[in-house]
Write a protein that binds this ligand. Sequence first.
Ligand code: NAP
Length: 306
Amino acid sequence: MTTTDYDLVIIGAGPAGLTAGIYAARARMNVLLLEKTVPGGQILVTDWIENYSGFPEGISGFDLAEKMKTQAEEMGLKIETAEVHSLDLSEKSKKIVLKNKSITAKSLIIASGASPRKLGIGEDKFMGKGISFCATCDAPFFKDKTVVAIGGGDTAVQEAIFLTKFAKKVFLIHRRDELRATKILQERAFANDKIEIIWDSIATGVEGFFGVEGVKVKNLKTHEEKTIKADGCFIWVGILPNASFLNDSVKTDEFGFILVDEKMQTSAPGVFAAGDVRVTPLRQISTAVGDAAIAAVSAEHFIENL
Ligand code: NAP
């Protein structure tokens, strides 16, 4: 059989990648986990997590990420900081192309997660100057100020509530007349005096010179347009897959999320996907770690049968 550098390479060190790493290390596989920034993934920018079982008081995203990483490393998982540029899956031995080298593996788990979607309303111009995707990182800059939050999902509502710990007023702009977020979060937002929801509306632009001074808003029902004076604008309108390195090497849906079967097997034999990067009806830490356990055991079986 062809020799490879590793039995298994895992791409991405969020909850899915770290959990797959724990299973693979415990199975005594020769496994490497690649992460382009720091381990933790999206939970690093999540203020407080209270729907992950086992933490009745809740836990900060940072602490949970740290615990997952410590557990994986103590199990023997090797984590390397490196960005994957592309994959070559044409041979039995899978080639992972990094910046200065390529490595090979018998099997792969793609757990590269997802990133915030942009609206094209000035994110590049005002990033770090009032526009943000991360309340945990930037909310303290808006103490006693007015901010706009855009979106109606779990992220937007949860983070808008978090923003009220600092800001004196939070306008939540949502394009429909009903929030998508889970009911308990909706109840908390409705009960929060600092949150005012602007229904049926979209943000069409951001005004400001050195930084954000206002957000232009259009009502989709009345077509009325106005500018909300605000010092900051947080955008939480969903996520896109971190999958540019795939280059059609595995099948995805129209948005680029990876298609898998019930064993987390992608369209390429021996290549599995787990967590937010895959097509899934629910993107939670619990579902990501569940995917990861299945993917790691599937990878182990795949290698045993080679
Ligand atoms: P999401 O559930 O996809 O919600 C995106 C929101 O942005 C929706 O309300 C959507 O409006 C709105 N939107 C999308 N495109 C827009 C556009 N072009 N202009 C204006 N609004 C737009 O995304 P998410 O809130 O980031 O959550 C992602 C996943 O993580 C979800 O599965 C969520 O449950 C999970 N999550 C869970 C928790 C938790 O359990 N505490 C916390 C955070 C995230 P429509 O509603 O009209 O489509």
